[in-house]
Every structure is written in C-alpha cells, then in structure tokens.
Design a binder for this molecule. Structure first.
Ligand code: PLP
Length: 424
C-alpha cells in the first residue's frame, strides 16, 4: 500500500532502521548518533525515536526563519507541485519572474542595495557566491586582461565548491583539496583601512572583486563595523573593484533589516550580493543580485543552472520575501534579538571567567567562551535545546525569526541551567 511519507509518522521499527543506516552516509559531518529528527513545528523539533522534544535555536543553520513545517509554505509547495515543478531556464516561468521582481522592489523599498537591478536565481548559497564571483570576474575582464583576482577575508565562509572554497579562509576546509582557483588574496578585516587600501591600490590591475560577509557567520558571528564596510566600498570604487556582500546567513531579516547592508548608507551598498538559506525556508533556492554596472558586463551564456528559479522554489521564495520583507516583522526581530542579548549579558556577568564576549545583530547572536563549549552543547541537547557553535569557541543563537517570546524563554532557561551545570 502506498504510504504517504511526511504526512504519517514512521513506525518505531522504521525509525530504528533509519538510525541504523548511518553506515551508508559519507563521514563529512560529526553528527550525534543518539538523535534522529523526525518532525518540526514552528521553533520545536521532535525526535520520535527517542521521544524527545527540542527548542530549536539553530533553525537549520539560519534557514527555517518562518518556522518548521510552516503551513503557508507547505500549502504553496503542495499547490505549486500540482501546477508546475520545473520547466528549465530555457523559458520564463511566472513564479521566477515574480520572485525576481519582488526581490528587487523589496530590496530598494527596505533600504537595501539602492541600485539593485537584476537577479540570478539558483539553488544553494555556494552557487549564489559562485555566480557573484563569476560576475565580478567578467566585469573585471572587460577592464583589463589580468583583472580577475578576488580579495577575501580571514575568518570568512563562502561555501565548499572549488570556487567558493577559494575565497573561504579556513585552512581545515581548504588544505586537503590541493590547488584552488588562483588569484585570491586574504586580508584581515581588523586591519586599518589604510593597510587594506594600500594592498588594493597596489594590485588594482589584478583585482576584480572583494567578497565580505557583513556579519561573519561561521567564523564566529562577527558583525563588521559599518565604518569598515563604508571605507572598503569607497576604496573598491576608486580602484574599479566590485564589492560583493555575502548575505547568505546574515540576510533575509536575520539582523533585523531585510539585508544586513541596509544598515549602511547607500554609497556603501554592494555591487553584488548573494542570498540563500532563509529565502526558501528550507526549500533550496538562492539568489545573486546585481546592479546595472554588473549586469552590463554579462551576456547570454556567461552563466547558468538547471534548477535555479524553478517554480516550486520561486513560489516559496515569493511568500518568504512578502513575510520577512515587512517593517513590522523586522522590528519584532530586533525586539526579540535585544531580549536575547540582555539575558545573555546577565549570564556573561555571572560567568566572566568562562564567557568572554557577546556579539550580534537581531537574531544572529554569538556568545564567546574561553574554550570550545563542546560539553555545553551536549548538555543543552540532553536537556531539550538544539544550539550550535561558530568559529572556535562561540555559541551561535540563530532561532527561527518567528520564535515566540515563551519559546525564547524556554530555550534560554535550558541554556542558563546547562551553563551553570558545566561551569558553575
Ligand atoms: C555566509 C555563507 N556563505 C555561503 C554559505 C554556503 O551556503 P550553502 O551551504 O547553501 O551552499 C554559507 C553556509 O553556511 C554561509 O553561511
């Protein structure tokens, strides 16, 4: 008999079989082997095999911003899948056009890239960055024969494919894979603007673009000071270097603005920016936005993808953009983020020898510990809270943006208790 996966629960025998099949997956993740996520609703995840319920402060790594099993998203996926799932990029489809228009209009209306002009739709964050890098290189190639290098920053994360990895600094991710795309220079974002400027000026004929996360996510939740981003844009514009903001983690309302760069004055807006993660609330869809200057450098055939902008993902993306791209929704993210930061500040005051810093914007918050908080993460998990780290020793708080005040309190009290048990 046909069993409808997803609507009916798996039996305990099926769940046991599932967890027993770990040996068939490659070992690229260190997952706890006593946890099998089976369901989610809002900011709560369930493991029906072990009869456990978790407050989710991870949102699938800043993805399910409108909550797990969001009913509107499910309905859109269901309705759209009966209409049209995929038709390729050889033809226009209505959903992909609607989403592109919405992204450009909402971006401009909500203080993002003021000259946002066109959108390239794809499926993952890494691909959105690959597109951004290629677009910057194409623009550079029209200005000079050697102008295809990229400036990136230490502590950055931009993805795992060979191109995106080339601008990702972490040696652990890079070194096993030999030669990457040549022409990347890593600078330290903490350096004085004069140092960054001297480097860019001296290599201006070889540098096509600069890529930066306005809030470094995987590196440990480091918001880049506005003056730095303003200065960088000015230096880059003076040297014909295209500025790319990677908003894959910090975009889509995460910081309390639609895009993190919307906190900047318009002259500091990027030429290109990438988005993914929350854009599909878990359905893989991503986007690369460009201004007219970049678009003018692009021609038919310069880039492509089979799945990008398929009607299923685009239909979800439209709903997510409408919901997150709303002033009231964004104000609520700021309010909740401040409440979380206030509680964490109190905790820091209680454990100054173990907690060393608190950073963040909106609901993208990092609490840094003196040492890698491995035991704390496990203690939280055992007590019903899923939470992740970033960088070497930072606990990262990126819950669904729709998390309720009660769920925040529930999660924070589990966290505080776990801190007390581990460090008290
Ligand atoms: C800032 C940033 N860029 C790029 C990526 C890669 O995105 P994806 O995993 O969807 O390819 C990530 C993923 O964590 C990210 O945080």
């Amino acid at each position: 008999m046909l069993r409808l996966r997803g609507t009916s629960r798996l039996s305990s025998r099926q769940l046991k079989n599932a967890i027993g099949s770990q040996e068939f997956q490659v070992t690229t993740y260190a997952r706890p082997d006593d946890l099998l996520i089976t369901r989610g609703k809002g900011s709560i995840l369930y493991d029906d095999l072990h009869n456990k319920k978790f407050v989710d402060f991870t949102a699938g790594i800043a993805v399910t911003s409108l909550g797990h099993s969001n009913e509107s998203v499910s309905k859109i996926l269901c309705d759209q899948s009966k209409k049209l799932v995929h038709s390729s990029n050889l033809y226009y489809n209505a959903e992909c056009l609607e989403l592109s228009k919405k992204i450009v209009e909402k971006t401009k209306a909500l203080g993002g890239q003021h000259d946002c002009s066109k959108v390239f739709l794809c499926s993952t964050g890494t691909e959105a960055n690959e597109a951004a890098l290629k677009f910057a290189k194409k623009h550079g190639s029209l200005l000079g024969p050697k102008k295809h290098g990229i400036v990136a920053f230490e502590n950055s994360f931009h993805g795992r494919t060979m191109g995106a990895l080339s601008v990702t600094s972490n040696p652990k991710y890079r070194t096993p894979f030999g030669d990457l795309v040549p022409g990347t220079s890593f600078l330290n974002i903490q350096d004085e603007l004069s140092v960054l400027s001297n480097f860019i000026k001296s290599k201006k004929d070889e540098i096509a673009g600069l890529i930066v996360e306005p809030v470094q996510g995987e590196g440990g939740v480091f918001p880049i000071p506005a003056e730095k981003l303003i200065g960088l844009k000015q230096i880059c514009t003076e040297n014909d270097v295209v500025v790319i903001h990677d908003e894959i983690q910090c975009g889509m309302g995460r910081t309390g603005k639609l895009w993190a760069h919307a906190y900047l004055p318009k002259e500091a807006h990027p030429d290109i920016f990438s988005a993914a993660k929350a854009l599909g609330n878990g359905f893989p869809i991503a986007a690369t936005m460009v201004n007219e200057k970049i678009n003018n450098a692009l021609q038919v055939g310069d880039h492509g993808t089979t799945y990008g902008g398929n009607p299923l993902g685009a239909a979800v993306g439209c709903y997510v953009m409408d919901t997150i791209g709303d002033e009231k929704f964004l104000q609520d993210v700021v309010r909740k983020g401040s409440a979380v930061q206030e509680s964490l500040k109190k905790l820091w005051d209680l454990y100054p020898q173990h907690i060393t810093n608190l950073r963040g914007q909106g609901l993208m918050i990092g609490l840094e510990f003196a040492e890698a908080p491995k035991e704390l993460i496990k203690k939280c998990r055992d007590s019903g809270l899923l939470i992740i780290t970033a960088g070497k020793s930072t606990v990262r708080f990126v819950p669904p943006l729709t998390i309720t005040d009660e769920e925040i309190q529930e999660g924070l009290s589990i966290f505080e208790k776990a801190v007390k048990e581990v460090y008290g």
